[in-house]
Design a binder for this molecule. Sequence first.
Ligand SMILES: *Cc1c(COP(=O)(O)O)cnc(C)c1O
Length: 359
Amino acid sequence: MTSLSFEDLPVRDDLRGQSPYGAPQAPVPVALNVNENTHPVPDEVVADVVAAVAEALRGVNRYPDREFTELREGFARYLGHGLDASNIWAANGSNEVLQHIMQAFAGPGRTVFGFAPTYSMYPLLARGVGSDWVAGTRGEAFEIDPADAAAQVREARPDVVLLCAPNNPTGTPLPRDVIEAVYDATDGVVVVDEAYAEFSRGAGSALPLLEGRERLVVSRTMSKAFAYAGARVGYLAAHPAFVDALRLVRLPYHLSALTQAAAVAALRHAETMLRTVDDIVAQRDRIAAGLADLGYAVYPSGANFVLFAGVPDPRAMFSALRERGILIRDIGIPGHLRVTAGTVEESTLFLEAMADLTP
Ligand SMILES: *Cc1c(COP(=O)(O)O)cnc(C)c1O
């Protein structure tokens, strides 16, 4: 066959010239590039999940519970704050949750706003539904000032605001007064993406702000602290009316019976699933201190990763680490690199390599 590009096909005009999301998925001994929890799921939980999935398999000739009620009840219990199943939505990763929000509240001719640099999927999710992506700005250390944030949002008049808290790729925590100021500055939907909330031990979560704010949404995932990235389970909490809007755009039975069973079983063991969080936070702080000792500028992080600056050639450093079997993330900010906090051993290997590679 002659070589063909997708652009040779009658693809949508607005997709021409774009590239897909894709961090490298090379099999390396030390993969610290996509903020996964690098600890495996504990054996006792695996056994229970396997039993639950086996049971679900017996009924897999039928479509699953379209309303994934048991799972929504589980997430409501886990989140607390007086939430119940009617406040909860879930999908195959929080990326699909965000896509549902885009489909229901953004769409062609509408505007999606976020403070850059932020999660690289946001612009792709916006463009995927034909919306304009507008990037706001942050301060020197990537912080957001409430009054400035409100002014930027008033100017952009977005239909959806995506706030990442703590922010990926910078780690920056988001104070609640920013969320309140942004909410009051728009008639649109405000999504607080709390993918890393467990690593901040819930500090600064927007969950207490939900009451009385029907356009506010808190999005979460099992991909990070829960060590469940491969299972693809994300969820959100919002007003029940907001959840109703998402029912209009989801595909029928979008959460498979196997996914539902695996997630419900894991949630029953939430405490065990989350017991690596303290270790990861300790490694994050150790990596931050180690990099600072080597002379790098390290940003405060409320997540399971560290952004650092003072790298003269990030690409060269990325490649040198890669040659040693260590994969981190070149996030495209000049002079900066991002590394996920791994196990004690992984973090040690990273810090030793950095010590070697730093002149
Ligand atoms: C990792 C991450 C997610 C999680 O995505 P899933 O689809 O749930 O795996 C969401 N938001 C941000 C900012 C992330 O970094």
